[in-house]
Design a protein around this ligand. Structure first.
Ligand code: ADE
Length: 250
């Protein structure tokens, strides 16, 4: 998208304005960022090192978004930077995911009530697959108050397309039915993506409430490499709509 078509002020050379922002939004991809920016009437961007922050208002709520890039390391770094510079009170993790549950279909909108990393594995040392050795916890639970509110808003917006479930995150794009079966059996995941649990882990360590919102872009099967790019844009629009309503209502 061409910035000249929208009201974006680039503040890259000015000192980073560390205004506390109530809502931090972490999204991985350009399409997801663009769908959100469509809903922000005025935006200021700030750059620091590898990070660009997009600050604006949804209604009267100040928000700051960061495009993390794909994967758990990018997600964790970006989340910590967002927290350090903008001190958000709430973290919203938004984007797309592949379905693991047979009850989820492309276009469904999933509210992640908990998340874990499916690809961390120190089982040779006696830890469970998915367990972060020596950490207090390995499954990150979304904020109860936000979940209650998001359930109401999601149901109103998306009807039968709205679901809740467990998010699995890992540094792999899943594109095979055997892998789907394995993840479902081993971790009881409903959907799979590549950032949510990493953001959640950082949120938990910073004692911040978080919620994960994912639209289903593919079924994580052999068709996923074709479905993912085809549905990404539409899926990102639904997520942006949802996050706007959530931030105004919850
Ligand atoms: N994000 C969207 N679809 C995905 C998939 N199939 N695997 C991992 N992350 C995804």
């Amino acid at each position: 998208m061409n910035d000249s078509h929208r009201n974006i002020r680039h503040m890259n050379d000015s000192p980073l304005k560390p205004t506390p922002t109530r809502h931090g939004i972490v999204l991985a991809m350009q399409e997801e960022l663009e769908a959100l920016l469509e809903r922000l009437p005025e935006v200021q961007t700030f750059s620091r090192g590898a990070f660009t922050f997009w600050q604006g208002y949804l209604g009267n709520q100040e928000v700051c978004a960061i495009k993390s890039g794909v994967g758990k390391v990018n997600a964790a770094m970006s989340t910590q930077a967002l927290i350090d510079y903008f001190t958000p009170e709430v973290l919203w993790v938004v984007g797309v995911a592949g379905a693991l549950s047979p009850d989820l279909h492309i276009g469904d909108v999933l509210l992640g009530v908990e998340a874990l990393q499916h690809d961390i594995d120190a089982s040779a040392l006696g830890f469970l697959p998915g367990e972060v050795p020596y950490d207090e916890r390995s499954t990150y639970v979304a904020d109860a108050r936000l979940i209650t509110c998001a359930q109401k808003v999601g149901g109103e917006l998306f009807g039968a397309r709205f679901k809740t479930g467990r998010v699995l995150s890992g540094d792999r794009f899943i594109a095979g039915s055997d892998e789907v079966r394995r993840l479902r059996e081993r971790f009881a995941g409903d959907c799979v993506e590549m950032e949510g649990a990493a953001v959640a882990q950082v949120a938990q360590k910073n004692k911040l409430p978080f919620v994960i919102i994912r639209t289903i872009s593919d079924r994580a099967d052999g068709q996923a490499p074709q479905d993912f790019p085809r549905f990404l844009k539409e899926a990102a629009k639904d997520v942006a709509l949802f996050i706007e309503r959530l931030i105004l209502s919850c």
